[in-house]
Design a protein around this ligand. Structure first.
Ligand code: NCD
Length: 530
């Protein structure tokens, strides 16, 4: 039987794939489940008991806790569970991830895929194509759950972390003060905190890491935009001396496997700044708890073993919470849980695709535009290219527009004064009478702010202003510049590149674009390969 709960088939590639209320629902249900389980209560509401529901665990990177807690969670649920062995699979015969998933999806009536990979954005890349596959074969849409993708995100770890913090806070969400320490640069679990901490009314985050392992700037910026009070420290000693120490500490391992040689060489001294010592114990606020997603390094842990039997040890209970929260998450995406959800659903992004706006045609003097020295009589003139930008940017945009649109026709172009005392580019195309929609989109994406003038009888008869589009996608000349992104051409995964304008929802004409898959930020010119 296929269940139809409100979260059925939901992909959880990043924390925010569950809205705030949806995350709170997950914590509430996990609390109910844990309490019932520990007191011998009735757990039947949490059991799917459906052999036609298949949970695939696909771990292309090492894992113990995440994989085993998902395996146990799926077994509790009563679905079929399959641990797909990536190491001996056709990935080694150069098969793409998408083809492998299509094959596996054919083996059960309904399925969820839990995927860990070095490539960033894998779950997001499968969500759309596999929804179409499901429709083609009359199947329910499969869910994709990110179990850690490169150094991007680890949303299910975030859910168990927040669940553990809520337990410590007695389920109060008015304020959280926590320290994140360790490898904040390569650690995906701390990156997921940026959104996961959004369930609290007030957030104070202390980031404790030497600069080389510091939280990437765009995450810090995002936390500040969300209104978090963010403070930065270079070492545990500096932090403890500050006198403003948090009662919740979240340690992370140095992610040696992701470090380049330059950082790796310094690993020992970096670790020194981040390792907790006995003499620090007296400087902690009362009731402090330490958390860690684990594993810790067995020879040089930053949360050393002398802490294991102290009340400070929060990580063992935290690790066990992975089981409860993952049962609930699988219960939600399988459609079993959710009938009692009464919060707001996650907002779905909406884009104003209307970036081509007809502009009024002023009483232009006849023969305004020229090709060479001759006026344009019939044709198209692209004006205001990169207006106000430095001259080299204007030339580069003219060049890019010409190459991307394949403007190998009789024409002229140049850089001219605009009416604001700076410069702009113009391309005159006397023989071109119209542009297709796709070319207009390309032009808007390569030279936002430009105008397109239709000339008839030497007069501008129509004028369109092309604004920065909210999405740039499916052009051959764009690609994500994050080498770890699943859509990066080198991986040949056949993922169609797509970029979303930052703050597009707020309607701002921002010039930063975010890769839909790995969420790497790109300056708008950077997404183009030309
Ligand atoms: C974390 C991970 O894989 O990102 N571990 C986990 O999921 N339990 C953290 C780590 O590997 O250090």
């Amino acid at each position: 039987m296929i269940r139809k709960g409100p979260f059925k088939g939901r992909t959880v590639a990043v924390v925010n794939d569950l809205g705030r209320d949806e995350q709170l629902y997950l914590y509430k249900k996990a609390r109910e489940l844990k309490e019932a389980a520990l007191s011998g209560g009735d757990l039947s509401a949490f059991r799917l008991g459906e052999r036609d529901y298949q949970v695939y665990l696909i771990f292309m990177e090492d894992s113990t806790r995440t994989r085993e807690s998902f395996r146990n969670a799926a077994e509790f649920l009563g679905s079929r569970v399959n641990v797909f062995d990536a190491a001996t699979s056709s990935f080694n015969k150069n098969e793409s991830i998408a083809d492998t998933i299509r094959m596996l999806a054919g083996y059960a009536e309904d399925s969820a895929f839990v995927i860990r990979s070095k490539l960033e954005g894998v779950c997001r890349s499968l969500e759309g194509p596999m929804a179409r596959y499901a429709e083609q074969f009359g199947r329910p849409v499969p869910a994709f759950i990110n179990a850690g993708d490169g150094k991007h995100e680890h949303p299910t770890q975030e859910f168990l972390d927040e669940f553990s913090f809520l337990e410590q806070l007695g389920w109060k969400r008015d304020r959280i003060h926590l320290a994140l320490t360790g490898d904040l640069y390569h650690g995906r679990t701390v990156h997921s905190k940026v959104d996961g901490l959004g369930i609290y009314d007030e957030v104070v985050v202390d980031l404790v890491a030497p600069e080389l392992l510091g939280m990437p700037a765009h995450y810090v910026e995002k936390m500040r935009r969300k209104g978090y009070d963010v403070r930065l420290y270079e070492s545990l000693d500096e932090y403890l001396a500050s006198g403003k120490v948090a009662p919740i500490w979240y340690f992370t391992r140095l992610q040696l496997e992701r470090m380049g040689d330059a950082v790796l060489e310094k690993a020992d001294s970096l670790r020194g700044a981040l390792t907790f010592r006995k003499d620090m114990l007296g400087k902690l606020p009362e009731g402090t708890r330490f958390y860690h997603p684990l594993p810790r390094d067995r020879s040089r842990p930053t949360n050393p073993t002398f802490l294991d039997e102290l009340p400070l040890n929060g990580w063992d209970a935290q690790s066990a919470n992975g089981y409860w929260t993952r049962i609930v998450l699988l219960g939600m995406v399988s459609g079993l849980l959710g009938a009692d959800f009464d919060g707001s659903p996650r907002p779905s992004p909406s884009f104003d695709e209307n970036f081509i706006v007809e502009a009024p045609v002023a009483e232009h003097p006849v023969r305004e535009y020229k090709v060479g020295i001759k006026p344009v009589e019939e044709g198209i003139v692209i004006d205001h290219i990169a207006s106000g930008s430095p001259i080299e940017v204007i030339w580069s945009n003219i060049d890019a527009a010409r190459r991307i649109l394949g403007l190998n026709v009789r024409s002229s172009h140049g850089v001219y004064h605009n009416n604001k005392g700076s410069f702009k580019g113009i391309i005159s195309l006397p023989d071109v009478t119209s542009f297709g929609e796709r070319d207009l989109k390309k032009l808007a994406a390569i030279a936002p702010g430009c105008t397109l003038n239709l000339i008839r009888g030497s007069r501008v008869v129509k004028k369109y202003r092309l604004a920065m589009p909210p999405r740039i996608y499916a052009f051959d000349e764009i690609s994500c510049k994050n080498p770890a992104c699943v859509s990066a051409p080198a991986h040949q995964e056949g993922v169609v590149p797509e970029f979303l304008r930052k703050d597009a929802e707020a309607g701002e004409a921002a010039t930063t674009f975010i890769c839909k898959y790995c969420e790497r930020e790109h300056a708008f010119r950077e997404i183009w390969d030309v």
